[in-house]
Design a protein around this ligand. Structure first.
Ligand code: ASP
Length: 333
């Protein structure tokens, strides 16, 4: 449906209508009768998790929707000036340009918006939300994603900053630099430097489940590379009856296994979030891959857990916030 396609109509798109209707229905009369957060929870990966959750939690605490909380949490990380692996700057591709991958999945309508290799636009997860709400599509990429974002009102701006420029200059000047041209030998591959993803999952007080993620992807990737983050069931997945899962790590390997879809389906069959995460990684091990990566899963009942491979030198974990308080979980290797 051509909602706002010429910029002049306020007609609501099919997805916008369905999403909005479902949201309103699920939320009751938002802002008036529903003002409590019992059962609500937000979970975000990595060390920026506590700050991200703090950005999203007030929305859940006020009876708001999980989708708004997830967007606020991820925007917080995307706009941090010094965060290297998410958002602008930081970790550029092999020609020195920072490009972004993001997605958002909304449980009540089982609806996804995503963007890959997004250039010159910040807040990639909000662009993903626009894809979900304003179009019939699921994934939009490259310069066309930039054009779409600008049409949706986003500002076009350079994503290069001093840190990304310096990182690229040092990498380019190094005679021993590794790049992504030679396929990694099976069994020893997957140990790539420089990558992280913010992944946030939330359940709101009305029982709506949402997941989103955003990254600037693997450092010095080939131009045009899209990782696992914007791929449904790879970077993130949710089912409103079951819960959600998010992935981080070597997306080039992990996306071959749709691990977040797998984890949610295992939870549907009765696995705990931790068991489900571990079982998805075991499936990757079984094909001979050795890689750095982690899965975090959240049951609709608020139970959470995760598993990881590699990252011997790094403390991989996630942060949780709910009415009872905030906590951090470090996943043992
Ligand atoms: N999965 C991301 C990618 O491969 C990076 C990460 O989460 O570490 O683009």
């Amino acid at each position: 449906m051509a909602a706002r396609r010429d910029g002049s109509t306020r007609e609501i798109s099919r997805r916008g209508f369905l999403g909005g209707a479902a949201s309103a229905l699920a939320a009751g009369s938002l802002g008036s009768s529903v003002l409590e957060s019992r059962g609500a929870v937000i979970v975000t990966t990595w060390e920026f998790g506590p700050g991200a959750n703090e950005a999203g939690w007030p929305i859940l605490a006020g009876g708001g929707l999980a989708i708004d909380a997830v967007e606020a949490a991820i925007n917080y990380v995307e706009l941090l000036p010094d965060e290297f692996y998410v958002g602008f700057g930081g970790s550029p591709n092999s020609i020195g340009e920072t490009t972004l991958d993001a997605m958002m999945m909304w449980g009540p309508t089982h609806d996804v918006g995503a963007d890959g290799c997004l250039k010159r636009v910040k807040r990639a997860v909000s662009v993903a939300r626009k894809v979900r709400e304003e179009t019939q599509h699921t994934l939009i990429v490259g310069d066309d994603a930039t054009r779409f974002a600008v049409r949706m009102g986003f500002v076009e701006t350079s994503l290069t900053n001093a840190a990304s420029q310096q990182a690229w200059e040092e990498w380019s000047a190094s005679s021993e630099r590794s790049d992504a041209w030679d396929p990694e030998p099976r069994g020893s591959g997957g140990k790539v430097e420089g990558h992280d993803t913010v992944g946030t999952m939330a359940v709101d007080a009305h029982g709506n489940v949402c997941v989103g993620c955003s990254t600037n992807g693997r450092s010095f990737k080939l131009p045009g590379r899209v990782g696992d983050s914007p791929i449904t069931g790879a970077g993130a997945y949710c089912d409103n009856e079951v819960g959600a899962a998010i992935a981080t790590g070597n997306g080039d390997v992990m996306m071959r296994f749709l691990p977040t879809y797998h984890a949610v389906e295992l939870m549907r069959e009765g696995a705990s979030p931790g068991e489900a995460a571990e079982a998805t990684l075991r499936r990757i091990d079984a094909k001979g891959y050795r890689f750095d990566g982690g899965i975090v899963a959240l049951g609709k009942n608020g139970e959470h857990g995760g598993a990881k491979r590699g990252w011997e030198e790094e403390a991989f974990g996630y942060a949780v916030q709910r009415t009872e308080g905030a906590s951090r979980v470090t996943i043992a290797g």
